[in-house]
Write a protein of this length. Structure first.
Length: 102
C-alpha cells in the first residue's frame, strides 16, 4: 500500500421540483457529512428556496437523516421539498422574522 492520501468518496446530491430535477456528483473526503455534500454540490446557490435545517428535510437513500450524518462512498443525498406550504405557517414565520429584526 502506497502513500496516505486522504481517502475520497463519491456521492450524489439529488433535489427535485415539479419543474426540474438535479443530480449532482460530488467528491468529498471520507467521513464528510450530508451537509458538506449539499454545500459542495452548489444546489443551495441554484435553488435559494432550500432551507437546510428549516423546511427541507434531508436523507440518504430515501431515509430521512441528520445534516451531520457521515456519508459512505456511493451514497445518494436527497433534499426533500416540504410536502405542503401552509400559507398560515409561512405568514407566521415571516412575522416572527420581522419581529426578530427588532
Amino acid at each position: 500500500m502506497g502513500g496516505h492520501a486522504p481517502e475520497r468518496i463519491q456521492v450524489e446530491v439529488a433535489y427535485a421540483r415539479p419543474d426540474v430535477q438535479v443530480l449532482v456528483p460530488v467528491e468529498l473526503e471520507a467521513g464528510a457529512t450530508v451537509e458538506e455534500a449539499i454545500r459542495r454540490s452548489g444546489v443551495l446557490e441554484r435553488f435559494p428556496e432550500i432551507e437546510l435545517g428549516g423546511r427541507n428535510k434531508v436523507g440518504v437513500w430515501n431515509r430521512v437523516t441528520a445534516l451531520d450524518a457521515p456519508l459512505r462512498d456511493g451514497d445518494r443525498v436527497e433534499i426533500y421539498r416540504p410536502l405542503v406550504a401552509d400559507p398560515k405557517e409561512v405568514r407566521r414565520q415571516r412575522a416572527a422574522r420581522g419581529r426578530a429584526g427588532g
